[in-house]
Design a protein around this ligand. Structure first.
Ligand SMILES: CCCCCCCCCCCCCCC(=O)SCCNC(=O)CCNC(=O)[C@H](O)C(C)(C)COP(=O)(O)OP(=O)(O)OC[C@H]1O[C@@H](n2cnc3c(N)ncnc32)[C@H](O)[C@@H]1OP(=O)(O)O
Ligand code: UBL
Length: 298
């Protein structure tokens, strides 16, 4: 090959990372894409690394510890400060059902912040087919439901209710049943509430504050920020029967909606942000940066 051409090619190769770095620092949409891609790559990479270790133990809720440890560093990488309020309400003697609002995949960061020992989430069946991610989830005892086959899902929930009592297992459910970046919560699916009633265990609602301050797929914005996770007082189900489920569902949703509305009003902007390890976070020095944040919250 012509040495001059080779030299040019080498220069080009060296300039490419530099150009990407510059773009990352100065283009919020490019930064957003990189950060979302990194989030997914992190999950795939850690699932690939940890699945063989988890496989040594076999399918067990104990593997949730590995999964949790794999996801906990993400908040530091992204500069997301997690504040947990009333976490002592999660210290219960027996098993319980956690119900939590579901905004985006980022909820995993909030989930691992507070998920108690011996607690598994209920997930859509599709996650099982995500290669090593599905394998890691299965090995951690995550419960899969097919949302398109109600009877089969109800059957899984009935088996889970027995397991909860027999194995002292708590379960984490996103009762909206799908991700909802909207400002209020979707109507709740009733499976989590049937589960709690069948197992005769308490329900602990958890509300994760909106991500608007630092994460918006529409605006392609992903900066550092603060996320508040609030644990609400438990709701007992002892003595309740299936006929009580609709009312129970509504009352829990109401309590969570009120907490979410309250959390949406509080301003996180003036709080200490953690500097993201993945490079520039919120530009707190610039009035434009603050204006954008304020505008997006309206
Ligand atoms: C190393 C790194 C690796 C990291 C890997 C990453 C980790 C990932 C882990 C995290 C996973 C998080 C994943 C989150 C999700 O996947 S969310 C999506 C799945 N979750 C849900 O869907 C929520 C649970 N869904 C339900 O509970 C639904 O109720 C369902 C059972 C599926 C039925 O849904 P549907 O039919 O759409 O609606 P309804 O709820 O309105 O119910 C209709 C009627 O059926 C009655 N019903 C419901 N459940 C039961 C039941 N268990 N027993 C008896 N009857 C039931 C319900 O009462 C309705 O009837 P009525 O109207 O009351 O007469
Ligand atoms: C051999 C196949 C290889 C496939 C490689 C797959 C790559 C996958 C990349 C990243 C995996 C990240 C998984 C994160 C899971 C986050 C949990 C989540 O948020 O699930 C969404 C679910 O609650 C509701 O789904 P919908 O809103 O109804 O949709």
């Amino acid at each position: 090959m012509d040495p001059l051409l080779l030299l040019l090619l080498l220069h080009g190769l060296l300039l490419l990372p530099l150009a990407a770095l510059l773009l990352y620092r100065h283009s919020p949409p490019f930064q957003f894409l990189c950060k979302v891609a990194f989030f997914n790559c992190w999950i795939v990479a850690l699932a690939t690394l940890l699945s063989p270790v988890a496989a040594l133990r076999g399918r067990s809720v104990e593997n949730m510890r590995l999964l949790r440890a794999a996801l906990l560093p993400l908040k530091h990488l992204y500069g997301i400060r997690m504040r947990v309020r009333d976490s002592e309400l999660l210290r219960l003697p027996g098993p319980f059902v956690i119900v939590c609002n579901h905004q985006a995949s980022l909820d995993l960061m909030g989930m691992v912040e507070v998920i108690p020992e011996r607690c598994v989430p209920i997930a859509k069946r599709e996650l099982l087919y995500l290669g090593t991610v599905g394998w890691a989830c299965w090995l951690s005892g995550i419960i899969f439901i097919d949302r398109c086959r109600r009877d089969a899902a109800i059957e899984v929930i009935a088996r889970t209710a027995s397991a909860m009592r027999q194995e002292n297992l708590s379960v984490w459910v996103f009762p909206e049943g799908t991700r909802n970046p909207g400002k209020s919560m979707l109507p709740f699916k009733r499976g989590a509430f049937h589960l709690a009633v069948q197992a005769q265990v308490p329900i602990v609602p958890i509300v994760i504050s909106p991500y608007w301050d630092f994460f918006s797929p529409e605006e392609k914005r992903f900066t550092s920020g603060t996320c508040t996770i609030r644990v609400l007082p438990r709701v007992e189900t002892l003595g309740l029967s299936p006929k009580d489920v609709p009312k129970l569902t509504e009352s829990v949703r109401q309590a969570m909606a009120e907490a979410l509305a309250e959390m949406s009003m509080s301003d996180h902007r003036d709080q200490d942000m953690e500097q993201p390890l993945l490079g520039p976070g919120e530009d707190r020095g610039s009035p434009q940066g603050q204006g954008d944040t304020a505008r997006s919250r309206k």
